[in-house]
Design a protein around this ligand. Structure first.
Ligand code: PLP
Length: 386
């Protein structure tokens, strides 16, 4: 079944079928791994299908993955990258020296590092705002602002921003909106449906879901934006390998079932921890105590397995994460297995301390990526160590 043939199906069916057609020579039901750098041309300057000339430009395994993410994000085109950061970089590289970007301040640490230490040297300027407050996004817009970049929910504080409202702010100022949808996954949130121009993923996380590769994906609705991103990728080279594209496609087949279980386990863990005397605060958009719970219910259909908790002190955060059995102590998130992490010393160690404190990343904060193991084992593990 090609992409066109799956349009009317719902999400879980498209996760299995969109972009994937039987291979024409043998009928292989799974898209093969086209592990090749180049293609024989039948005549000079006439590649097969007018497309297949070189692996950086065209690869059928990658194209299947791109059609899949386009479908799952309700876009028209997808573009795959070698990593999440390469995907974000390509979106910003549409801009030129002299252009300005407004970014949520609590994005993935690597995103701010790339903005401040690499892209700003090329003459693009960045302003950082707390995008929970749409007004602060509006106030930061300048005549040369070309892009607003947000992440929702954010890592690790689970802050949300109002995608539809910020899309209006960006568009009325002549800018585009990109949303890093890594934390929500397209199962729970589809930014293109509510006004975003780009939705992007570190597919390293939920989209692939098995912690066995690094990858990035962008989806758009506008063919011209897709052409521009294709051109940037072809010209700068951040392509994912065919094997990684194939693994991601395989991971996507179970995205819907995995996310249902992540959503259920995340909520159960958040509820358990919220009632626990050894826990000071739980950050989870699916809890009524979350300050943006109403927005979460409006904008998302589920709240994933990402749960942050404040256990008071660094010593207690270390004791908890070092003694959990099911939760492995590791960076990254979104895989089927549970992981724990102390952001102040691990994922967010590179963020200056004053900025960490301003964003609420206290030394006692623990970020849990709740996997899809049986929930009674997960809760027993937390209960025992707490
Ligand atoms: C991990 C992550 C990234 C970076 O992706 P890589 O695949 O590691 O390059 C970007 N945004 C978010 C929200 C992430 O969690």
């Amino acid at each position: 079944m090609g992409d066109e043939g799956t349009k009317h199906y719902s999400f879980g069916t498209r996760a299995i079928h969109a972009g994937v057609s039987p291979e024409p020579i043998t009928g292989a039901i799974m898209t093969p791994i086209f592990q090749t750098s180049t293609y024989v041309q039948p005549a000079v300057g006439e590649p097969l299908n007018g497309t297949y000339d070189y692996g950086r430009t065209a690869n059928p395994t990658r194209e299947a993955l791109e059609a899949s993410i386009a479908s799952l994000e309700s876009g028209s085109r997808g573009i795959a990258f070698a990593s999440g950061l390469a995907a974000i970089e390509a979106v910003v590289k549409r801009l030129s020296a002299g252009d300005h970007v407004v970014s949520e301040e609590n994005t993935y640490g690597g995103t701010t590092r790339m903005f401040n230490r690499v892209l700003s040297r090329m003459g693009i300027t960045f302003s950082y705002v707390d995008a929970r407050d749409t007004e602060s996004v509006a106030a930061a817009m300048r005549p040369n602002t070309k892009l607003v970049h947000v992440e929702t929910p954010t890592n690790p504080m689970m802050r949300l921003c109002d995608i539809a409202a910020i899309a209006d702010v960006a568009h009325s100022a002549g800018a585009l909106l990109s949303v890093d949808n890594t934390f929500a996954s397209p199962y729970n949130q589809r930014p293109l449906e509510i006004g975003a121009d780009f939705t992007l993923h570190s597919s390293t996380k939920y989209v692939n879901g098995h912690s066995d590769l690094i990858g990035g994906l962008v989806a758009v609705r506008d063919d011209q934006l897709a052409d521009e991103l294709f051109f940037i990728r072809k010209s700068t080279g951040a392509v994912p390998g065919p094997m990684d594209c194939w693994l991601t496609l395989r991971g996507i087949k179970t995205l819907a079932v995995r996310m249902r279980q992540h959503n259920a386990n995340g909520l159960a863990v958040a509820e358990f921890l919220e009632g626990h005397p050894k826990v000071d605060q739980v950050f989870f958009p699916g809890l009524p105590s979350h300050e943006q719970h109403d927005l979460a219910k409006r904008q998302m259909s589920g709240f994933t397995g990402m749960v942050s908790v404040d256990v008071g002190t660094l010593a207690r955060a270390k004791a908890l994460t070092e003694h959990l059995e099911i939760f492995a102590l590791a960076e990254s998130l979104g895989g089927v297995e549970s992981l724990s992490n102390v952001p102040a010393l691990m994922t967010h160690a590179s963020v200056p301390e004053d900025r960490r404190t301003a964003m609420g990343i206290s030394p006692g904060l623990v970020r849990l990526s709740v996997g899809i193991e049986d929930i009674e084992d997960i809760i027993a593990d937390l209960d025992r160590v707490l």
